[in-house]
Design a protein. Structure first.
Length: 210
C-alpha cells in the first residue's frame, strides 16, 4: 500500500486528535510521522500502539518531569510529549547530554532529535541499550530498528554523522496499523479553520470528519 507523505501527515494529525491529544501535540505528531516517512521509516505501527495505550488516560501521567533523568509519573514517557520537551530544551544539549527514562514507541522520538539538532546546528546521537541513531536534522542514520518500548535513551551532541538512510518520496505503511489509525481519525470533526484546511479535513481514503 503506497501513500503520499501528505496522507501520512493527515491521518497522524487526525488520529492524535481523535485519541485526545491537544491540537499542538497532534500537529507535532503529524510532522514527526511525515519526517519519518520521508526517511523510509513506517511509524504507523508505533503511533497506533501509542494512541491505544494513552487513549482515555491522563496525559500528565505520560509527560516528562525534568530531572537528572527525565521520567513520567505513570512509568513510560510518551515520545510526542518527551520530544516536545527535548525541542524546548535543545540548547541544554550544548552543555550536557539529556537522558530520558522508559519510553513508549521510541521511533516517534527521532524526529524531535532531528529538530533539536537543526536548532543547535550540530549532529546528535540518540543511544539506547543495543543501538543508536544519528541525525543532523535532515539526515538520519539508524543502526538498528526500534522496538515498542525502551528502558531509556540518551541524547548527546556527536561529532559523527554515519551514512544516512535514503530519502523516500512515498510511504508504505502497514495496512493494519493504517486501519487502526483510521479508527481514531474517524472520531474527529475538524472545524473549518486554517489548520483543518492544511491537513485536508476531508478524506483519507474514506476517512471523514463525521
Amino acid at each position: 500500500m503506497s501513500r503520499s507523505l501528505y496522507e501520512v501527515e493527515t491521518i497522524a494529525w487526525k488520529a492524535a486528535r481523535g485519541a485526545g491529544y491537544p491540537w499542538g501535540i497532534a500537529e507535532e505528531a503529524a510532522s514527526a510521522m511525515r519526517w519519518l516517512a520521508g526517511r523510509g521509516i513506517d511509524g504507523c505501527p508505533q503511533l497506533a500502539s501509542l494512541l491505544e495505550r494513552t487513549d482515555g488516560s491522563n496525559l500528565d501521567d505520560w509527560s516528562p518531569d525534568p530531572g537528572e533523568i527525565w521520567s513520567a509519573p505513570g512509568g513510560a514517557l510518551c515520545p510526542l510529549l518527551a520530544g516536545a520537551a527535548l525541542s524546548d530544551h535543545a540548547r541544554r544539549l550544548q552543555q550536557c547530554p539529556l537522558e530520558f527514562g522508559r519510553l513508549a514507541s521510541p521511533v516517534l522520538f527521532l524526529p524531535f532529535a532531528g529538530w533539536a539538532a537543526a536548532r543547535i546546528g550540530a549532529s546528535l546521537q540518540v543511544s539506547w541499550s543495543g543501538g543508536s541513531s544519528f541525525t543532523d536534522g535532515v539526515r538520519l542514520a539508524l543502526q538498528v530498528d526500534l522496538g515498542q518500548e525502551f528502558d531509556g535513551m540518551l541524547v548527546a551532541v556527536s561529532g559523527e554523522m554515519p551514512e544516512a538512510r535514503v530519502g523516500a518520496g512515498r510511504a508504505f505503511p502497514d495496512s493494519r496499523a493504517w486501519d487502526r489509525l483510521g479508527g481514531f481519525a474517524r472520531r474527529v470533526h475538524a472545524p473549518a479553520s486554517e489548520t483543518s484546511r492544511r491537513f485536508g479535513a476531508g478524506a483519507v481514503d474514506g476517512i471523514d470528519d463525521d
